[in-house]
Write a new protein. Structure first.
Length: 76
């Protein structure tokens, strides 16, 4: 893991098309602005966990036939 210190208005770049900027620091809370391509999904950590859990539940509730049918549709 790379750990960096940034001050207000300073940025970090990930590749050539993603930037993360410190936009506000207030009472120990840091607000970040993220610029990234529209097709890139950006989630807070707790939401990522919720999505993963929901996907696991949905997969368990689906039959293998349904999954195979969906797989065939996605390949088209």
């Amino acid at each position: 893991m790379l750990v960096l210190s940034r001050k207000l208005e300073e940025e970090i770049y990930l590749g050539s098309d993603i930037s993360i900027k410190v936009v506000e620091i207030n009472k120990g809370v840091i607000k970040l602005g993220i610029e990234a391509p529209k097709n890139m999904q950006i989630l807070r950590g707790e939401l990522k966990k919720q999505v993963e859990d929901a996907n696991k539940i949905a997969t368990k509730n689906s039959s293998s036939k349904e999954i195979k049918d969906l797989s065939k549709l996605l390949k088209k």
